[in-house]
Structure formats: structure tokens, C-alpha cells
Design a protein around this ligand. Structure first.
Ligand SMILES: Nc1ncnc2c1ncn2[C@@H]1O[C@H](COP(=O)(O)OP(=O)(O)OP(=O)(O)O)[C@@H](O)[C@H]1O
Ligand SMILES: [Mg+2]
Length: 304
């Protein structure tokens, strides 16, 4: 059995993610909290779209809606042209997600964590499940000797890698990353970005990433979408986004840290959209400044 059960659903013409007129309203003690108000966002094949916004602006909620774990109050979310819950009802693992807080099962070892979604399906014999999990372990740059370690015995960088391997176990075309480098030191963070860049290129993934980290954002994104005032106020290249006049953008990109990160753009190694998928970003976009190469899937494992 191929785990890529989504392929028959992909007719190649729909955007990977298409969000229209999305409202999210939560009831709370004070009445109602409108988190998203008429939000629109379209994500094409091969993009690494980074979602930035202040804390509590609804980035994680939006990822969970794309994953089909939550439903908007109003409006439409489509993944490859189909509502996310309809995709999962068809057993198609179209979306893999790296959750904000790592979320490994502490009572399971590495290989059982990675294998978990595949085992749930009960479609493969056990030895094939283990083989598939070992392939993913190697893909994220970890040696087989780590397979039977418990999460408590792993470094922060290794936990992220195991969580990434689990997100990729079903070979999804779309990967959602919620704060993938949060809590990692700069070296581990760079190494994880290299890994993501390599996987994006080699697997032809579309990636939606939430990050507060400017280095990660500028290092990896082919496009940046800014969530503020309950909607996506601007989506574009780093240059386009920073030209948009808004207090959040001013504080985030044009403060001291932002300025330094923007200057470092010249040295960045951002990925490019695969030539056969979607359109290339405009000239001068961060992706076009990319240093060819970058990390590979078999990047040497580090004790990060
Ligand atoms: N199930 C829920 N019920 C009620 N309120 C919720 C629920 N889920 C999220 N919220 C609220 O929605 C808002 C957005 O939450 P969300 O977790 O998406 O923020 P975020 O942008 O990811 O923030 P951070 O950057 O801190 O992770 C928050 O105010 C949160 O308290
Ligand atoms: Mg969040």
C-alpha cells in the first residue's frame, strides 16, 4: 500500500490551501471573541508560506483549521480543492503537522512516536510500519541507534526532528509547522532550517509555517503572510511586506532585531519554489536571493 493515498484527490489545478471569508468566533466570559474576521489566504504548490502575527492573533487556530481539527464559524477552507474534514474522511493523509509544543508521546519511544499515525490506520503489517518509520528517522537526519530512546533522553533539536518524522510518516504533500525552531539554540535552529529546506526541495512539499523567529522566517520563506486586525493584512515577499504600513510590521521587521535580520538577507539561503510547481516569486524576492544547495535530508545528525 502506498501511504500517499491523497494523490487521486489532487487534480493539479486547485491551490494547496484556499481560505475564503473565514470567521472564527469563540464564546468567552465577556461574550464573544472574534479571532478571524473575513480572512482570505491562498497558498500555491511548493511555497513555504510563513504566517506571522502577535501572540493570540489566531495563527495556531488557523493551522488547526487547515488540518481539519477545528472548523471556522463561517467561511471556507479548502485543501487541494476539498474541505479538510472530507479529506480525512477519505483516509487521505494530505496534511502533516508539527505542533507548537513538540507533542511527542512521552511514554512511547522514538520509533513508536513516528509510527503512531501509520499504526492507527492498521493497514500495514508491523514490520513494514517499522521500516517506514526507520526511513523517516533517517530522512530527518537521525541514526537508527536513536530509534529506541525515550523522548526524555533526547535534546530539543532531536525532539523536533522526531516530531517532524512523525508529521511526514504518511508522505503528505502539505506540511504545517507551528513554531518549528522555538526553544532551540541558534546552532540547532540553523541545522533544523537546513533540514526543512532540504526536505522541501527533495519532497516537493508545500509548507505553512508559523514562526516568531525572524531568522527562521527570512531563512526559509518563499512568501510571508502577516496576521493582524483579525485578517491577513498583507502577503508577499519580505520586501513587499516591510513596505506595508502597519504598526505590527513596523515593530516586528523594522525594530533593531528586524533590521539586523533584514541586512542578513543578502547571505540567506532561502529555498526556491520548484520550477515545475506554481509560479516563481517576483524578482528580488527573498527566494531569488537563495544560495543554491542548503541542507539535505540526510544531513548529519547532531546532538542539538
Ligand atoms: N478552543 C478555543 N476556545 C476558546 N478560545 C480559543 C480556543 N482556541 C484558541 N482560542 C483563543 O483564540 C485566540 C488565538 O489563539 P491561537 O492559539 O491561535 O493564537 P496564536 O496566534 O497561535 O498565539 P501564539 O503566538 O501565542 O501561539 C487566543 O485568544 C486563544 O485564547
Ligand atoms: Mg500559537
Amino acid at each position: 500500500m502506498s501511504t500517499s493515498a491523497w494523490q487521486h484527490l489532487d487534480h493539479g489545478d486547485a491551490p494547496v490551501v484556499d481560505i475564503h471569508g473565514l470567521w472564527t468566533v469563540f464564546a468567552n466570559d465577556k461574550g464573544e471573541q472574534v479571532v478571524h474576521r473575513d480572512l482570505q489566504l491562498t497558498i500555491e504548490r511548493g511555497e513555504i508560506l510563513s504566517l506571522v502575527g502577535g501572540s493570540g492573533t489566531g495563527k495556531t487556530v488557523l493551522l488547526r483549521q487547515i488540518l481539519g481539527l477545528e472548523h471556522p464559524t463561517r467561511g471556507e477552507v479548502r485543501v487541494l480543492g476539498t474541505p479538510p474534514n472530507a479529506l480525512s474522511a477519505k483516509g487521505a493523509a494530505v496534511v502533516g503537522m508539527l505542533f507548537q509544543h513538540g507533542a511527542l508521546f512521552s511514554a512511547f519511544n522514538v520509533i513508536d512516536n513516528i509510527a503512531f499515525p501509520l499504526r492507527e490506520l492498521k493497514l500495514l503489517p508491523e514490520e513494514l510500519v517499522i521500516d517506514a518509520a526507520l526511513v523517516k528517522l533517517q530522512m530527518v537526519g537521525l541514526a537508527p541507534e536513536h530509534a529506541y530512546k525515550m523522548p526524555a533522553d533526547l535534546s530539543g533539536g532531536m525532539i523536533k526532528r522526531v516530531a517532524l518524522a512523525r508529521a511526514l510518516i504518511m508522505d503528505p504533500p502539505l506540511l504545517l509547522l507551528d513554531e518549528p525552531t522555538a526553544g532551540l539554540d541558534p546552532a540547532a535552529s540553523d541545522s533544523f532550517c537546513d533540514l526543512l529546506r532540504g526536505l522541501h526541495r527533495e519532497l516537493g512539499l508545500t509548507v505553512v509555517m508559523v514562526t516568531h523567529d525572524l531568522d527562521t522566517l527570512l531563512d526559509l520563506s518563499t512568501r510571508i503572510a502577516v496576521l493582524a486586525d483579525q485578517k491577513v493584512i498583507v502577503a508577499g515577499t519580505a520586501d513587499e511586506v516591510t513596505r506595508f504600513d502597519h504598526p505590527f510590521i513596523h515593530d516586528y521587521f523594522l525594530g533593531g532585531r528586524g533590521q539586523r535580520a533584514m541586512l542578513a538577507l543578502k547571505d540567506m539561503k532561502a529555498p526556491t519554489l520548484p520550477a515545475s510547481r506554481g509560479s516563481l516569486p517576483p524578482e528580488g524576492a527573498p527566494a531569488a536571493l537563495g544560495r543554491p544547495g542548503g541542507g539535505g535530508t540526510a544531513s548529519p545528525e547532531k546532538d542539538d
